[in-house]
Design a protein around this ligand. Sequence first.
Ligand SMILES: [Zn+2]
Length: 245
Amino acid sequence: MRRQPLTDTITQLTRMRIMNAYLVREDDGLTLVDTMMAGSAAGLLAAAAASMNAPIRRIALTHGHGDHAGSLDALRAKLGSDVEVLAPERDARIMAGDRSLEAGEGSRRLKGSWPKVAAKPDRLLSDGDRVGSLRVVASPGHTPGHVAFLDLRDNALICGDALHTLGGTTVAGVRNLRFPFVTMATWDPDRAADSARELRALQPTLLAPGHGRALREPLAAIDRALERTTTDTRSPARLGGAKSS
Ligand SMILES: [Zn+2]
């Protein structure tokens, strides 16, 4: 597990070069954002002990896909009920096994891996909630309930899979041949593009994605990625491409 301090309060953890989780320092200990795929719990705990020398107090998920929620049950088993589990309200229902869509969500089917998660969240997250110093920012599209976390101390943004930076900064749902997996797993590209625009409007000083390296002063890179949402996700050509994937 690779550890990279990004700010005074955020450390990026990376597994297999493609999958990130984040440790966020608070006064009472650490918040772990996302848990990677199944089999990552021991590595995440070792990384937390080695890098920040503080206990994990809470685990917050950006969304319920297997490469973000996959080690949640194992972490809960190791850390016990002292650790608080927080998950986006909408995705928590899917994680519990209910894949039905709600009114207003259209007819798109869920994509990506959704392992059934036994751990019941202690708190369900909605837009504007606080998790320590982090503000929950609803950013649906990649999944119906996807959220990002904005660190209010320095405006660093942990963006989950709303955007990624492998093979170039890319909005979820936009084609990226070098790392196609985030887009393949994206539920609604148009909603994802709208969410990316809203995240950009927060003017983050740092973009910390679920996949790929973190970007400092990321606005120009996000703007370039956003330009591709209008051409790639809404044109007839993109719709043709979506059918074949
Ligand atoms: Zn995902």
